[in-house]
Design a protein around this ligand. Structure first.
Ligand code: PMP
Ligand code: GLN
Length: 384
């Protein structure tokens, strides 16, 4: 075969995602996998039956490009119930192939060459490559201290005439922190009078602990008018492999996002959409998740309380950061590798999400696992 000698990469600095790397290592070393964020327990049987039923009923061809109407209606009702704001299912809700696609479409629809996009670090790994792919420039702002707080003065200073978008993520991956109502109000006043768009990644919206309330951008009218809010059924309903999510935004913004959505996937798997539409009719299915995951967090943390790892309990998501500085001075990538290869426990080194890959001796562990798996993982952690 003739060899192509000159290939110019559009993303020369991008590497294989850490999630792929660590999950592969977990398989190769027959390790307990608390790295990539997915549950190791089954999704609800009722939901699986609804998918089977939809397939049997013949919902096996392309659904409408923007999503099955009944599902868009249920998404709109869910948001209205939680945030008190009504998105029009026809023009303001789009079902996507996971939140990943929603984020990609939202950035690609608006970010042009030379545009700046404010990103808080540590940040989920798809934001910056997507900005770069569109010719934009990520403007990184470090979250501060152990609580990973936003310094709003710093944000104010980072805003320029080229700022096109600002990306927030609450509850936050990888740190497990959340934005408060006061944070959202700061953001509201900062963005008022500008044309800056807000991309709000809320895939862990239902996984929030200790009685805290999720502060969705949709709840704040002055934010909602400029916000694209993304969420993930995979994260919410324990079926990340079904790759179904959605985004909501005011109609003029959604119109542009849909142009990109049509080019990336056109439409999203049909039977799953039918099933989610039915399943969402019972709000208990998502309202009980905070309690469910808080119990898992507490179970895991109680088991490792006397270990050498230190931590601040996660406030949301299904991730827990553990600090290992009392154990070793190794870099987090090296320690994560040793942990999986020698001790058979896979985690995610947090430095990959940080500015200049700065290492703070922290690993991220996913606690969306059965009690048995968490116990085995805790035994390994306590052996240090
Ligand atoms: N944003 C964040 C913060 C995530 O952790 C993930 C991973 N689930 C996504 C977006 C992508 O979600 P999905 O799996 O629905 O594509
Ligand atoms: N969001 C998941 C995590 O943070 C992984 C998603 C992926 O594998 N791309 O672990």
């Amino acid at each position: 075969m003739a060899e192509i000698t000159r290939i110019s990469s559009k993303l020369p600095k991008s590497e294989v995602s850490i999630f792929t790397v660590m999950s592969k290592m977990a398989v190769d070393h027959n390790a307990i996998n608390l790295s990539q964020g997915f549950p190791n327990f089954e999704t609800d049987k009722e939901l699986k039956n609804l998918v089977t039923q939809a397939m049997k009923e013949g919902y096996n061809q392309y659904p409408p490009a923007n999503g099955v109407h009944e599902l868009r209606q249920e998404i709109s009702k869910k948001i209205e119930g939680l945030s008190g704001v009504a998105y029009d299912p026809v023009s303001e809700v789009t079902v996507t192939s996971g939140a990943t696609e929603a984020l990609f479409c939202a950035i690609s629809a608006f970010v042009e060459k030379g545009d700046e996009v404010i990103v808080f670090k540590p940040a989920y790994d798809t934001y910056e490559p997507t900005i770069l792919l569109n010719g934009g420039k990520p403007v990184q702002i470090q979250l501060k201290g152990k609580e990973y707080k936003i310094d709003w003065e710093e944000v104010k200073e980072a805003i320029t005439s080229r700022t096109k978008m600002l990306i927030i993520n609450t509850p936050h991956n990888p740190t497990g922190t959340i934005l408060s109502e006061a944070d959202m109000k700061e953001l509201e006043s900062l963005l008022q009078g500008t044309d800056i768009l807000l991309l709000s990644d809320e895939v862990y919206e239902h996984l929030i602990f200790d009685g805290e309330e999720h502060q969705s951008a949709s709840k704040f009218p002055k934010l909602a008018e400029r916000a694209i809010v993304c969420s993930s059924f995979g994260k919410t309903f324990h079926n990340t492999g079904w790759k179904t999510g959605y985004c909501v935004a005011p109609e003029p913004l959604m119109k542009e996002i849909r142009k990109i959505h049509e080019l990336t996937t056109f439409s999203v798997n049909h039977p799953m959409q039918r099933a989610y539409a039915e399943y969402l009719k019972n709000p208990e299915h998502y309202l009980q998740l905070a309690h469910f995951y808080q119990q898992k967090r507490d179970f895991f943390l109680d088991l490792i309380r006397d270990s050498k790892f230190s931590f601040t309990p996660s406030k949301g998501t299904y991730f827990q950061l553990l600090n290992f500085e009392k154990i070793t001075t190794e870099n987090d990538v090296i320690f994560a590798e040793r942990l999986v290869k020698k001790h058979n426990l896979a985690s995610i080194p947090v430095s990959v999400f940080n500015i200049d890959r700065k290492d703070h001796h922290q690993l991220r562990f996913c606690f969306a696992k059965t009690g048995d798996t968490l116990k085995k993982a805790a035994e390994i952690l306590c052996s240090f």
